[in-house]
Design a protein around this ligand. Structure first.
Ligand SMILES: NC(=O)c1ccc[n+]([C@@H]2O[C@H](COP(=O)([O-])OP(=O)(O)OC[C@H]3O[C@@H](n4cnc5c(N)ncnc54)[C@H](O)[C@@H]3O)[C@@H](O)[C@H]2O)c1
Length: 347
């Protein structure tokens, strides 16, 4: 069975969805909707068979459409997502799921009540490099995870409705959630606005997650950097991995390096805390598959089988929860926000 899809939003990212839904044998693009007719004209060549329209109601009213893919600005995700679910359509929505926890919860609840698939396009979860990294961690190749250090910076495309945290950090937060499978206990974040004269939109942010028990994760997202860096380090007790998404083929390097701790009395008396273990570095083979191709196949499979996607609504909600808490920490000039209890600034 082919899942019949309408794509809403044909700006920067929408055409990538149209192209991948068109290429997949499991899906068919029936319609593309954007409120800007010029955008529709530009994407027509990607799929000449798909109807193009500015009329969202007409799309939602069509009985030959099974699913709606939403690639519009973040502040519109909740309204469009709810309208699509209420029209009985399965929904794929771009990251982040919504602009607030309250909105994200409403979407998750609506999908649950209607028994419809709600999936968030957290694209990196479907990339071969992240899948490889997840395989290494699940096979206990890295041992106990001590830290994650992520840098995602470049001269960025400024978004109109979200800051750099809400734009870029969903990628890294989704990867961390997927890899670790556990929720952080608290978040602290700092941010600064330079380009926005109203000082409302942060273009630099530093965020730290504390998972208790010694595991820390740190993130730097930045639209002002002159150089592009996409580096994600996972440090473990046995091995560590450096994932560089800009590397064409050797995206993942596994370092068999680390420390050996010394904690006997004799060693302590001689001031010896650690010694170093320096082993091999290797780069596992990574398949060359476009992440969006895997993502759209997974969506189609979940719709067909009525299964929960890896990045389902609950997953998307967890990411929004961290983003909202981090935003509140930025407002509190780096105050720690507890994530175990409902969003509250810890004094
Ligand atoms: N997964 C990824 O890696 C990735 C990458 C980039 C962007 N995105 C996400 O994609 C979404 C869109 O980002 P973008 O950069 O393409 O934005 P954009 O501004 O380039 O495009 C948005 C499009 O939506 C249209 N639109 C807005 N409101 C609409 C409505 N109510 N009905 C119909 N059309 C409407 C606009 O006319 C525009 O063409 C965002 O959620 C963003 O976070 C995801």
């Amino acid at each position: 069975m082919q899942v019949r899809v309408a794509v809403i939003g044909a700006g920067y990212w929408g055409p990538n969805l149209i192209r991948n839904f068109t290429a997949s044998p499991r899906t068919r693009v029936v319609a593309v909707c954007d409120r800007d007719p010029a955008r529709l004209q530009r994407v027509q060549a990607l799929n000449p068979a798909a109807a193009t329209t500015t009329d969202l109601e007409a799309v939602l009213g069509r009985t030959d459409i099974d699913a709606i893919a939403i690639a519009t600005p973040v502040h519109t995700h909740a309204g469009l997502g709810l309208a699509a679910l209420r029209a009985g359509k399965h929904v794929l929505v771009e990251k982040p799921l919504a602009a607030s926890v309250a909105q994200a919860e409403e979407l998750v609840e609506e999908a649950r009540q209607r028994g419809l698939v709600l999936m968030v396009d957290h694209t990196f979860l479907y990339s071969p490099a992240v899948r490889k990294l997840k395989g290494l961690i699940d096979a206990d190749e890295l041992g106990e995870i001590y830290y994650v250090d992520s840098v995602r910076i470049n001269l960025g495309l400024f978004q109109h409705d979200v800051n750099v945290l809400w734009d870029l950090a969903p990628h890294d937060l989704s990867i961390v959630d997927h890899l670790l499978g556990r929720a952080p206990a608290s978040v602290t974040a700092f941010g600064a606005c330079h380009a926005d004269i109203h000082k409302q939109t942060e273009d630099i942010a530093y965020m730290s997650l504390d998972y208790d028990g010694g595991l820390l994760a740190s993130f730097h997202v930045n639209w002002l950097s002159p150089v592009k860096i996409r580096q994600f380090i996972v440090g473990g007790s046995k091995k560590s991995v450096v994932y560089n998404d800009l590397e064409p083929t050797e995206k993942i390097k596994v370092y068999d390096r680390g420390i050996i701790t010394h904690n006997t009395d004799v060693e302590a008396r001689h001031g010896i805390m650690v010694s170093y273990r320096v082993g091999d570095v290797w780069s596992p083979h990574i398949e060359q598959v476009e992440p969006l191709q895997t993502m759209v196949s997974h969506f189609a499979e979940c719709v067909t089988r009525r299964e929960r996607p890896i990045s389902d609504g609950a997953f998307g909600l967890r990411i929004v929860r961290i983003l909202e808490a981090a935003q509140s920490s930025i407002k509190g000039r780096g105050q720690r926000v507890n994530l175990l209890r409902p969003l509250r600034v810890v004094a």
